[in-house]
Structures are given as structure tokens and as C-alpha cells.
Design a protein around this ligand. Structure first.
Ligand code: PLP
Length: 395
């Protein structure tokens, strides 16, 4: 069976809700992946910023194999060791005091919004509104569709869950103006990922922090894409010198297995027994994998490699910018990087890159996103840029 056979099978059986690239991936190792026809790719998508240590990292694989033959699922009616190991590791290495594990990013955000609403109810006289940003992305549940500030993710699902207010990202005054008696929290990605890798000015998040303190609002960071080393610090907030009151994680947390988390400081942990739960959330398999991945990231200072390789990648992309007039911007932090074109050519560029053996994400019609594994080598960065360059020459 070739790739095109499999693509026909997908058309017949699978709901068409995501435009896929015509690459049927059979196997991965590190920064490389192979399709069913045996073609090799450099993978700069990494499962959408999930495979922070690349495909099938031995530390994660070993943890999964061992846990799979020990214990998978118990429900949260009981205690299990992997869940508690991971909870301790995350709390001891972050500014947060408590954690709850979910199965995905959207679910983690749902939990954080529940926590913020209950905090507002108790501490801010019934306040429930959550201020989020335009161009944000917070997930696909009914609640998170309302939180996400992009009309094209919302229109078909009106009426939306009430209680979300949107403001321009990187506009501090807009948050001041949107604040009122009903406001419970401000909920932001430190760097907007899916919205096109939008990096705020240095003083934006510190000013939002001060405002939240002065008004008694919670500041919640969606660190689902920025957390676990992606920006070159273990958590994105460290890159901006600001601590949130609560934050959410997912994507890179499990190193490839589906797990999310929301974390909170003790003083605002408003949830009580019966308020929240999950059948699978925090099960032994996913928490064992996430513990192995997170511990490896911390012990081997993987964020430092993200800084160095991010600088190398951005340097090379800026050189390409000098050569190709169609490139209008290069921006990024750590290994979350975008290249913007002056025209809507990113789907064509990505298709060409696929042919060259490079997997990339067309994050916007006019921009591509780079989110390779954080343990990528200098040689792999250079090879990826070479493939991109030869793709651009053919456009
Ligand atoms: C991917 C993402 C989500 C949604 O995560 P899922 O696991 O797809 O539900 C939420 N917020 C941000 C910032 C993301 O990048």
C-alpha cells in the first residue's frame, strides 16, 4: 500500500475536519520521520510542538514500556505513584503550588477557567468574566471556542459560552478598559502560537501582572505551547520575568502521549472536592511518560539548547530573508519561530518543503511555523534551512 492508497482510505472513513498534507507517516526517530513509501523527512512540526525530545526518545519509550506492563489506569478514586512523581516534579520546578492532570490542552484550559470563575465568585463578589486576546488559541471545546479570539473558530457554534471578553494582544490599555466588576481573570498565551507566533513587547506582561494585582484579578497563562522549554526557559513566563497565578500545560508535557495539566498557586486554588474530575486524567501511563520527558528536559538543560538552536535557526532564516524578497518577517523565541511572506504562499512553500523532505506547519496563509524538537542538533537545523532554501528557489 502506498501513501496515495492510504489517503483514499482516509477520504472514505475519516471525518474531513482538518486539511492534511499528503504525507502518511509510518515511523519516527529523533528529528526524523519516514513515510510509508520509505521517504525520509526532517520533522520541524514535532506533532505540533509536542515531541520536545523528538520521536521515540529512549527515556520516554522506556518509561512507557515499563509502565505498560505495570499499571495503566486506576481512576482518580485511588492514588498512583507516577501521577504523584510528576506532580512533585512540576510543582518543585515551577512557581505553582498544586496541579491537576487532564487529557488535552483544551481540557486543561477548561479546568483553569473553572478555577478562575470560582475564585471570582468567592473573592470578587460573583465576578466571572475572563479577558482573553484576539488571535489567541485555547482549544476546541465549547468553552474554549468562546475563549479563543478568532471568529472563524466560533461562527458555526453560536450562541457561544458567555463570559469571555476579547481584547487586542499586546495592548495593555485594552485590558484596563475591559476590566469591570464582572472581571475575574486575564487569560493569555505568553507568546501566541497558533495565532502566528506573536511575541509581546517586553513590558506588556509585567504591566498586565501589575494591573491584575491592583484589581484582584487572576492572571492565568496558557502555556500549552510555550511551556516545557519551547521558548528557551522551562516555562514561558520565565522568559518575561512574570509569574502567573495559574497556568496550563499540555503539548510538550507528555513528550508525545496525550496529557494536559492546570496548575495554581495555593492562594487562588478555589476548587473543592466534587468541583472537578477526570476518568483518564493523570493516569499512570501518561504521567509516567510525562515524568520521563520532563525530567530529561530539566536534567539535561534542554531549554538551553532551544535558545542556542533557536538563535541559529533565526540567524539562518534572516539570511534567507536577504536573499528572497518574498520573506517579509522572521520572528520567534527559543524554538517557536515563524517566517512571514508578503503573499499567501505558505501552503505552496510547505508543499514544496514536503517534496524536499522537510515537514513544516503553514500557521497562516502567509506564514510558516517552525517548532522542531528542542534537542535538535545544529546540523539538523542547517539541513532544514537548506531544504527550505531549495524549496523557495523552486517557487
Ligand atoms: C494546542 C493548544 C491548545 C489546545 O490543546 P489541545 O490539546 O489540542 O486541546 C490550547 N492552547 C494553546 C496555546 C495551544 O497551542
Amino acid at each position: 500500500m502506498t501513501s496515495s492508497n492510504w489517503i483514499d482510505i482516509e477520504k472514505q472513513y475519516y471525518m474531513f475536519t482538518v486539511r492534511r498534507q499528503p504525507v502518511v507517516i509510518a515511523r519516527g526517530e529523533g528529528t526524523r520521520a519516514w513515510d510509508v513509501d520509505g521517504k525520509e523527512y526532517l520533522d520541524f512540526c514535532a506533532g505540533w510542538a509536542v515531541n520536545n525530545l523528538g520521536h521515540c526518545h529512549p527515556a520516554i519509550t522506556q518509561a512507557i514500556v515499563e509502565q505498560a506492563s505495570t499499571l495503566l489506569q486506576t481512576s482518580n478514586q485511588f492514588y498512583t505513584l507516577p501521577q504523584l512523581h510528576l506532580a512533585e516534579l512540576l510543582v518543585e520546578n515551577s512557581a505553582m503550588d498544586k496541579v491537576f492532570f487532564s487529557n488535552s490542552g483544551a481540557e486543561a484550559n477548561e479546568g483553569a477557567v473553572k478555577l478562575a470563575r470560582k475564585y471570582g465568585k468567592k473573592n470578587r463578589d460573583g465576578a466571572y468574566e475572563v479577558i482573553t486576546a484576539f488571535n489567541s488559541f485555547h482549544g476546541r471545546t465549547m468553552g474554549m471556542v468562546a475563549a479563543t479570539g478568532q471568529p472563524h473558530y466560533q461562527e458555526a457554534w453560536q450562541p457561544l459560552t458567555p463570559g469571555f471578553v476579547h481584547v487586542d494582544f499586546n495592548d495593555f490599555e485594552a485590558i484596563v478598559e475591559a476590566t469591570n466588576d464582572r472581571t475575574a481573570a486575564v487569560f493569555l498565551e505568553p507568546v501566541q502560537g497558533e495565532g502566528g507566533v506573536n511575541i509581546p513587547d517586553d513590558d506588556y506582561l509585567p504591566r498586565v501582572r501589575e494591573w491584575c494585582d491592583s484589581q484582584g484579578l487572576l492572571l492565568v497563562f496558557d502555556e500549552i505551547q510555550t511551556g516545557l522549554g519551547r521558548l528557551g526557559t522551562l516555562f514561558g513566563y520565565e522568559s518575561f520575568g512574570v509569574e502567573p497565578d495559574a497556568m496550563t500545560l499540555a503539548k510538550g508535557l507528555g513528550g508525545g502521549v496525550p496529557i494536559g495539566a492546570f496548575m495554581s498557586k495555593d492562594y487562588c486554588m478555589s476548587l473543592e472536592p466534587g468541583d472537578h474530575g477526570s476518568t483518564f486524567g493523570g493516569n499512570a501511563l501518561t504521567t509516567a511518560a510525562a515524568h520521563a520527558s520532563t525530567k530529561f528536559i530539566i536534567d539535561n538543560d534542554i531549554p538551553a539548547n532551544a535558545v542556542a538552536m533557536g538563535e541559529r535557526l533565526m540567524g539562518a532564516l534572516n539570511q534567507l530573508r536577504g536573499e528572497f524578497s518574498s520573506i517579509s518577517d522572521v520572528r520567534g523565541k527559543g524554538l517557536l519561530v515563524a517566517l512571514e511572506f508578503d503573499d499567501n504562499i505558505s501552503p505552496r512553500v510547505v508543499a514544496r518543503c514536503n517534496e524536499e523532505g522537510l515537514l513544516l506547519n503553514p500557521v497562516k496563509p502567509n506564514a510558516i511555523r517552525f517548532m522542531p524538537p528542542l534537542n535538535i542538533t545544529a546540523e539538523e537545523v542547517d539541513q532544514g534551512v537548506e531544504k527550505l532554501e531549495s524549496a523557495l528557489r523552486k517557487i
